[in-house]
Design a binder for this molecule. Sequence first.
Ligand SMILES: [Zn+2]
Length: 199
Amino acid sequence: MSALAGIKQMYPKNPIACEIKKTLLHFRNAERSVKFLWVPSHTGIAGNEEADEAAARAVTDSNSSHKFNHSDVKLLIKDHIIHRWQEKWNFSTSNFHEIMPQVTTTLNLPSHRKNQVVISRMRFGHSLLTHQHLFSNEEPPICPACNTSLTVKHILLECPRYETARRANHLQQSIQESMTSNVDSVLQFLKDTNLYYCI
Ligand SMILES: [Zn+2]
């Protein structure tokens, strides 16, 4: 899709997009039309699989004459870093890993300061409600409804006493999305359950 958007630009910076535009102009002058079709998942389509293989060869072949611009290289580096990050994250014992097994570079924060604090604490899995005992030297809190450890994961995903609010805010279907880009649903869940000021 981004490749099509690149070709659509009047003066694309990508050298490959420039070549494609030149070729399209050639076709237009010859009164031939070209149609582009974006296929969301191209597995099983022979032409697309050949294109994918050629693209993979171009990346790994040191003798390749393909030109890369800086945004291509940045994208490759970014993909590589995210891949390495995911490999390390897979072995993490962090509380946050249980809620978000997939790494992401799109962590949105709300604009309101109190909301920022609440969302950051939920992401780290550390809140007043679940970790205040560390300051008072008391035993870790237990959920009175389930008789199990009271953790951020338990509140967000497991505890049956919050099921209605969880469903109302669609947390079960999209907890990863809620904790990254759709933080308003988490904030509303905490307000609905009267936990907002305990975080
Ligand atoms: Zn519970």
